[in-house]
Design a protein. Structure first.
Length: 134
């Protein structure tokens, strides 16, 4: 009787765990899900950074236009970061590109030219309108 009871317990304990095949299938499924999810996450993150950079460039462009109107500057007048960024100026803190963390150039070009980012890429453009430059 005791021997049969022991055999029954051993048989149940052997069946209660996972087999190596079952664990390998679970790991394979997790790997497939990661292979699908990671590229989408990377793409969404880079698109978000490009949109944020475009927003910063729009802010710089608006500040350039305000500066030009207040100073009655010509359309071909050069604008620098020092002209528009400061505690009492149009932008309080100089924006940086979210992709690289670098500040925008000290010279933003002329009043009639939109500011650009050095990290402009074809896939995720860093431009004022968010579209690739022609």
């Amino acid at each position: 009787m005791l021997k049969q009871n022991l055999h029954a317990r051993l048989a149940r304990s052997r069946r209660s765990g996972f087999t190596l095949i079952e664990i390998m299938i679970v790991v394979l499924i997790i790997g497939i899900l990661l292979a699908i999810a990671v590229p989408n996450f990377v793409r969404a993150r880079e698109q978000s950074r490009a949109k944020s950079c475009s927003s910063n460039l729009k802010q710089l462009e608006a500040a350039k236009e305000q500066w030009a109107m207040e100073t009655k500057a010509a359309a071909n007048a050069a604008v620098t970061i020092a002209d528009i960024v400061g505690p009492t100026l149009y932008i309080k803190v100089a924006p940086t590109c979210p992709s690289t963390g670098t500040a925008y150039d000290a010279t933003l070009g002329t009043v009639d030219v939109s500011p650009t980012c050095v990290n402009d890429s074809a896939a995720y453009p860093h431009t004022v309108n968010g579209e690739p430059t022609p």
